[in-house]
Design a protein around this ligand. Structure first.
Ligand code: PMP
Length: 299
């Protein structure tokens, strides 16, 4: 994939600069040790034709919380960053896009708290996914980072070494993606998405504590409430997933995407007849501000 070209513009510490001309410090705590925090946000072309960043406040609140929990100075307001993000989108002429802000740190081998942080916001085009593709999922041999070793509710760059290893393992073995367990062996989340399973029309998802509490997960919980679909947050064993009617990942990049099989066992229920698919359609309608999904598809 091409994330940028010679025309691409990013926002770097308050300035709009060409990606191909932007300078990064090779003497950086973030590059050497994975000590950075980031966000994954999306903008959509809405049903009325406007560009809208989905849950921008929630994402920039999480970026701040991630930075502060890593003891990184954070001097930016949401207002300033959201304005900069819309301007980066405008300058690149993007509507459906993935937005990647990163807060990073200068080199400091004594590991004392840094006095400054830096920030950039990159964007690349990403079309929303309206298809019925389903994923083949395996249980990863990697567990999620232990919450006693990392601040796992922060989106810290270093945590994603775990995600990369798990995803590579799954793809090498011929699967689409991995489900990771927590340090106690309970189902936790994907490499970059939360998960739900469905049984007898009711949805279940791991409780917070050993997962990144995703903004999409929160949106799914809201949609369940609105649509009258029962949902429960609880500790989940892998055996329960084996017995499920359906399952899906949800995340900013993944949106809501169903599973075809778990460890080579296909789910019993036809995806198109599940409550999960109703959630998928409602999610896509929500992010594009469409009344109903058919309006989105007709676009
Ligand atoms: N879990 C992990 C490990 C993630 O990286 C992500 C993506 N940020 C999620 C869950 C889903 O979070 P969100 O819905 O906020 O994108």
């Amino acid at each position: 994939a091409n994330y940028y070209n010679s025309e691409t513009v990013l926002w770097l510490n308050g300035e709009f600069v060409k990606a191909s001309e932007a300078k990064m410090d090779f003497y950086s705590q973030s590059l050497h040790y994975g000590y950075a925090v980031f966000e994954g946000i999306r903008s959509y072309k809405t049903a009325s034709g406007e560009t809208k960043i989905f849950k921008a406040e929630e994402h920039y609140d999480r970026l701040r919380n991630s930075a502060l929990s890593m003891n990184m100075p954070y001097t930016w307001s949401n207002e300033e960053l959201i304005e900069a993000t819309y301007e980066v989108l405008r300058r690149n002429n993007f509507q459906d896009a993935y937005i990647r802000p990163v807060v990073y740190a200068p080199m400091n081998m004594s590991f004392v708290q840094n006095e400054v942080s830096y920030i950039f916001i990159e964007v690349w085009e990403m079309a929303p996914f309206f298809g019925d593709k389903l994923l083949r999922i395996m249980t990863s041999s990697f567990q999620r980072p232990n919450p006693k070793a990392f601040k796992i509710t922060a989106k810290a760059s270093g945590h994603y070494v775990n995600s990369i290893l798990a995803s590579q393992e799954a793809k090498t073995k011929g699967y689409d993606e991995a489900l990771l367990t927590d340090m106690n062996g309970f189902a936790a989340e994907g490499v970059g998405a939360n998960f739900f399973y469905e049984k007898d029309g009711k949805l279940f998802t791991p409780a917070t504590g050993n997962i990144l509490p995703g903004i999409t997960r929160a949106t799914v919980l809201e949609l369940c409430n609105e649509l009258g679909i029962e949902v429960e947050e609880k500790q989940i064993t892998l055996d329960e997933i084996n017995e499920a009617d359906a399952a899906f990942f949800c995340g900013t990049a993944a949106e809501v995407i169903g599973w075809e099989s778990f460890n080579d066992v296909k789910f019993k229920k036809n995806w198109k007849e599940t409550a999960s698919r109703k959630i998928q359609q409602a999610y896509l309608a929500r992010v594009t501000e469409a009344e109903v999904l058919t309006e989105v598809i007709a676009e």
